[in-house]
Structures are given as C-alpha cells and as structure tokens.
Design a protein. Structure first.
Length: 281
C-alpha cells in the first residue's frame, strides 16, 4: 500500500493538471456556442451568464437559420470543402513523391535541395503574394479556385519533411526484398511505402485541410464572385469598421468549425499514430 499510494497521488495530480488544461483549451469554444443561444441584449450583459436566455425557447435557432439561409453559408461551406480537399490531396501527392525521393533515392545535390526546400517554410506568404497575384492575373485564373489550390498543391515543404522522416523509419529490408523480386522504384513507392504511411498521410491531410480551410488572404485577393466565396470570406461579412453582428458571427463560426471537428473525430486514431511513429526507427 505504501508503494501504491505515491503512485495514486501522482496520477491524481497529473489528471487534475490535464483536466484544467483541457477545460482552459475548450472553454472559449464552449462560450462561443453558449453565446449563440443568447439574445442580442444578453450577449454583453454584466455580469455574464453561462445559461443562455434563449435556451429551449422560441428563437433559439434563429441565428443559425439566418446564417445558413440568408447569408448562404451552406454554399460557402461546400466551396471551402472543395478547395481544402483538393489542396490537401495535392499536398499528399507532391509531398509523398518528394519525401520518398529525399528518403530513399540518391542523387547529386540531394541535401542542398532538401535544405533549400526547408528554408522556404521561413518565407511568409505575404512576402511573395504580389508576384504570385501578378502571375495568377497573367494566367487569367482570377475568380477561379485555381489560385487557392495550385500554390498549396505545389508547395509542400512541411509535408515533404514529415513524410521523409516517416519513410526513413521504414525498414530498408522491405525495399531490398522488392528489388530482388524485380519491382521498379515507383512500384516500391506505390505498393510498399504508401500503404505503410497511412497514419502519416492522414495526419498530413488533416493539417493541410485545416490550413486551407482557414486561409483568408488568397480568397480575399482572388475571389470576387459571391458564389465562389469560402467560409473565411463569409465570416468577414458580419464585421465592418463600426462594429460586428456578434450573434451571427459566432453562429457562423460554430458552423464553420463543425466540419473540422467531424473530420478530426473520425481521423484521430490515424493522426495520433502518425505523430507517435514519425521519425522513429
């Protein structure tokens, strides 16, 4: 008992600390959801209340209905879903090919190229956005989804680094056995490395999806057609220089976050596995 008691208190303390951290992390989201069920006057009431005044009363869902119908957020969510999915799939293709090349292939200047690729992660988007905009205008891609998808499709430095580390952790004996059986380099990549990298690929997909879902700068610059707007542009319609429609803005924010939560819930097993095993021999 004397041995088990210190362990019990250590575990209890650890769970308490984790519970406090979890509550601190999730409380802003819970407060946002609670506020969407308050009337306009109750949103800024002092002292603030945790129980919304419209809970289980007529008008409880009015702000959500208005966001989804009058402000066309169903279409915006569909637009963001398409753009984010295509950009994330593109990153999986380019990052897996580049990661495999840097992990398993030998060629001149390999480490220099890899270093230059990693250096691009330190260059903010704002630095290159003007020449990028001029290029997109020359290609006549304005008011299309191509400027939102292609840059993410082609630039995957973080994904390349992540998958390179994962591919490097796969035993080289599998590759040698495939070579003895007459498999080509692409067949080794396709039939050995890709199936084994499902956790890492799922993690990269979610990261790329979230980054593109939250992208605001490029949609604002390239999209002017209201039917092509993404969720992030839609959220800006509830704000102006004089104030914000907080009940609609918070309801729209909750609606825009739900797809990310659903995707994460279904993919969390692969994400945890991918993060835990990346870079481990």
């Amino acid at each position: 008992m004397s041995i088990l008691r210190p362990r019990f208190f250590r575990n209890l303390f650890s769970y308490l600390v984790l519970s406090v951290f979890a509550f601190t992390t999730i409380f802003p989201f819970l407060w946002m959801v609670i506020t969407t069920f308050k009337s306009r006057g109750a949103i800024f009431a002092i002292p603030p209340t945790l129980v919304p005044d419209l809970l289980f009363k007529p008008g409880m869902w009015d702000s959500y209905i208005e966001v989804l119908t009058r402000y066309n957020f169903v279409r915006y969510i569909g637009n963001s879903m398409f753009v984010s999915t295509m950009a994330a799939i593109g990153q999986l293709i380019t990052a897996s090919l580049a990661g495999f090349a840097f992990a398993r292939m030998e060629f001149r200047g390999k480490y220099i190229l890899f270093g230059l690729l990693l250096a691009t992660t330190m260059v903010p988007t704002e630095v290159v956005i003007i020449p990028e905009f001029l290029l997109m205008a020359q290609l006549k891609w304005l008011d299309t989804y191509l400027p939102l998808i292609v840059p993410s499709f082609l630039v995957a430095s973080f994904g390349t680094f992540m998958l390179r580390e994962f591919f490097s952790s796969i035993p080289v004996e599998l590759e040698e056995a495939a070579l003895l059986d007459g498999a080509s380099v692409f067949q080794i990549y396709r039939h050995i490395y890709l199936p084994l990298s499902l956790p890492a690929m799922t993690t990269l997909f979610l990261i790329a999806f979230i980054n593109n879902w939250n992208e605001l700068l490029r949609p604002v610059l390239y999209i002017s057609d209201s039917d092509l707007r993404t969720v992030t542009i839609g959220l800006t319609t509830f704000q102006n220089e004089y104030g914000a429609q907080w009940h609609l803005l918070l309801s729209a924010a909750v609606v825009s976050i739900l797809p990310l939560l659903i995707i994460y819930i279904f993919a969390q097993r692969y994400i945890v596995q991918g993060i835990a095993t990346t870079g481990l021999k």
